[in-house]
Design a protein around this ligand. Structure first.
Ligand code: URA
Length: 458
C-alpha cells in the first residue's frame, strides 16, 4: 500500500496523482491521507518518486469537473477521482460516457451536489458593511467551496473590499488581489449594520407569495443559513400576508431563466451563470447546462434544439450523431464548423429514462420560452449577421412564435436578433427518416441550403 500524503487541496491532489500515475501506481494500492501544517504545503508523495510526473491526457472538461468534485466534503472524493483518472488513462478513455458506471455515477453525484452548493452560495452570501467600502460576509456552505467560488464574487463585487468567511477557509479581495486564509467561526463575523435594512426592503420587494411553499423554502434556504440572512426575521410576516398578495398578483409567474441571466457583455460570465440556471425543471435531471461555443466574431450563429445524451455528458453542443452529420453537411457546403458559433434553444437535455438509456424528448413551448433569455443574451453579445435555425424548436426560440419549417425554410427572414435569420431542417430529422431515398433527397436539399447560407455570408 502506498500512502499518498497531500495538503487536502485540489492542486495538491493533482500533483500527487500525477506522480502516482508516472509510477504506474494502481488505485487499489493508494491510501489518500490529508495532511495539514508545514509538512504538506504542497502535494507530497510519501513513498514514490514524484520527480517524473506525466502530463494528464484526459477528456476535455474532466479536470474542470474534477476540481469541482474535489470540493465535496464527504465522502472524501480523492479515491474516486484517482480511480477515474487511472481508468481514463489506462484504456478507458470514453469512460465518462458510461453513465451507469459506479465511479462515474459517484463522480457526477458529487459534482451535482457541489455545483448546487456553489449556486446557493451565490444566492445566500450577504455582505455586511464594516467600514468605507469594506464588507464582510459569513457563510456556511455544505462543501469546501470558498476558493472555487471566490472568482464569481470578484467579478460581481470587484470594486469593493470584501471578505467572505466560511468555517473551512476565507477569501479576501482588496479590489486588486484575491487571497485566502483559514476558516473563521460565526462569532467573528460582524452581525448588524445598515445594509440589513436594504436587504430586507429588497427581499420584501422580490418575495413572491404565489410561489411560497414553506417546505421547499426551508429546503432551498436551509434553516442553517437563516441566522446570516437579514431577511429571515421578516419571513413570518411575509408568509402571513401571502394569501392577500397572491390575489393581488394574479396568476403565478411563469418559469423563466431571466432571473439567472446577468447583465454582462462577457460571454464567459454568461456561460458561468448559465451553469447554475434553475429557470425551469429541466436542470433537475440533466447532468449540466450545455452552453454555446465558437468564435465571437464569426458573424453567424447556428441554433439547434437542445443537447442530446452525449452533449449532456461532454458539456458541448453537437458532438453526438447529429453533430457528426452536421459536420459532414457543413463540409460539403464549404462551411468551416470552426468559424461558427453553435448553440441550442434549450440548454439542458430533456429525456425519458428507459432502462439504462436516456431517450430524447422534444422540449415543450414553456421550456423553450423559459430558456429563451439565454439565447437573447448570447445574441446580444455576439451581434451576429445571420442566425441559422436548425429545425422547429430553434426557429420557435429565434422568432418567438411557432414556425412550420417546411413553410418557411430556405429564406433569409427579418429578425430582431440579427440582420437575418434562416430556417432549415435539423440534422437529426435526416437520421430519423426511414426511407433512404427520401433521406438522400433531404440531405441534398440541406447541403444546398447551407451553400446559400455561405454565399449570403460572402
Ligand atoms: N441536437 C441539438 O439540437 N443540439 C445538440 O447540441 C445536439 C443534438
Amino acid at each position: 500500500m502506498i500512502e499518498a500524503r497531500f495538503d487536502g487541496t485540489w492542486e495538491g491532489w493533482r500533483d500527487t496523482a500525477r506522480g502516482l500515475l508516472a509510477n504506474e501506481i494502481r488505485p487499489q494500492e493508494v491510501l489518500w491521507t490529508q495532511e495539514t501544517g508545514q509538512q504538506a504545503l504542497s502535494g507530497i508523495l510519501a513513498t514514490v518518486d514524484t520527480g517524473t510526473s506525466v502530463p494528464l491526457r484526459v477528456p476535455r472538461g474532466f479536470l474542470e469537473d474534477a476540481a469541482v468534485v474535489a470540493c465535496h466534503r464527504s465522502p472524501e472524493p480523492w479515491a474516486v477521482l484517482y480511480r477515474l483518472l487511472y481508468r481514463l488513462t489506462h484504456g478507458e478513455r470514453h469512460l465518462l460516457e458510461v453513465t451507469s458506471d459506479k465511479d462515474v455515477l459517484e463522480f457526477r453525484r458529487m459534482e451535482k451536489a457541489v455545483r448546487r452548493d456553489i449556486h446557493k452560495m451565490h444566492a445566500f452570501v450577504r455582505f455586511r458593511k464594516t467600514g468605507e467600502n469594506r464588507y464582510v460576509a459569513w457563510h456556511r456552505p455544505d462543501h469546501r467551496i470558498a476558493r472555487i467560488n471566490a472568482p464569481f464574487f470578484v467579478r460581481r463585487f470587484g470594486s469593493m473590499h470584501w471578505a467572505i468567511l466560511t468555517p473551512d477557509e476565507s477569501a479576501y479581495w482588496d479590489t486588486q488581489t484575491l487571497r485566502f486564509g483559514p476558516g473563521v467561526p460565526r462569532s467573528e463575523a460582524p452581525a448588524q449594520d445598515d445594509l440589513e435594512e436594504l436587504w430586507r426592503t429588497y427581499y420584501a420587494s422580490v418575495f413572491n407569495p404565489a410561489r411560497v411553499k414553506v417546505n421547499a423554502m426551508v429546503k432551498e434556504m436551509a434553516v442553517r443559513h437563516w441566522p446570516t440572512l437579514p431577511e429571515a426575521d421578516i419571513i413570518p410576516k411575509l408568509l402571513a400576508e401571502a394569501g392577500t398578495r397572491v390575489e393581488v398578483m394574479g396568476a403565478a409567474r411563469r418559469e423563466s431563466a431571466a432571473p439567472f441571466v446577468p447583465e454582462t457583455v462577457e460571454l464567459p460570465v454568461l456561460r458561468e451563470a448559465a451553469a447554475v440556471c434553475e429557470g425551469c425543471d429541466l436542470h433537475r435531471h440533466a447532468t449540466r447546462t450545455v452552453f454555446g461555443e465558437g468564435p465571437l466574431d464569426g458573424g453567424v450563429v447556428f441554433v439547434g434544439e437542445q443537447p442530446g445524451d452525449l452533449e449532456d455528458l461532454a458539456g458541448r453542443p453537437f458532438v453526438g450523431p447529429a453533430g457528426q452529420l452536421l459536420d459532414e453537411v457543413l463540409r460539403e457546403a464549404g462551411i468551416d464548423r470552426e468559424s461558427l458559433y453553435i448553440t441550442n434553444a434549450v440548454k439542458h437535455f430533456k429525456f425519458e429514462e428507459r432502462g439504462k438509456r436516456r431517450i430524447h424528448q422534444t422540449p415543450r413551448g414553456v421550456e423553450i420560452a423559459a430558456c429563451r433569455p439565454w439565447l437573447e443574451a448570447e445574441m446580444k453579445i455576439l451581434q451576429p449577421r445571420l442566425i441559422v435555425c436548425l429545425g422547429a424548436t430553434a426557429a420557435q426560440s429565434v422568432f418567438g412564435r411557432a414556425v412550420r419549417v417546411n413553410a418557411e425554410r430556405g429564406q433569409f427572414l427579418p429578425n430582431h436578433m440579427a440582420e437575418a435569420a434562416f430556417v432549415t431542417i435539423h440534422p437529426s430529422a435526416l437520421l430519423r427518416m426511414p426511407d433512404p431515398a427520401m433521406a438522400a433527397a433531404e440531405r441534398s436539399r440541406f447541403v444546398e441550403e447551407l451553400r446559400r447560407v455561405r454565399a449570403w455570408l460572402g
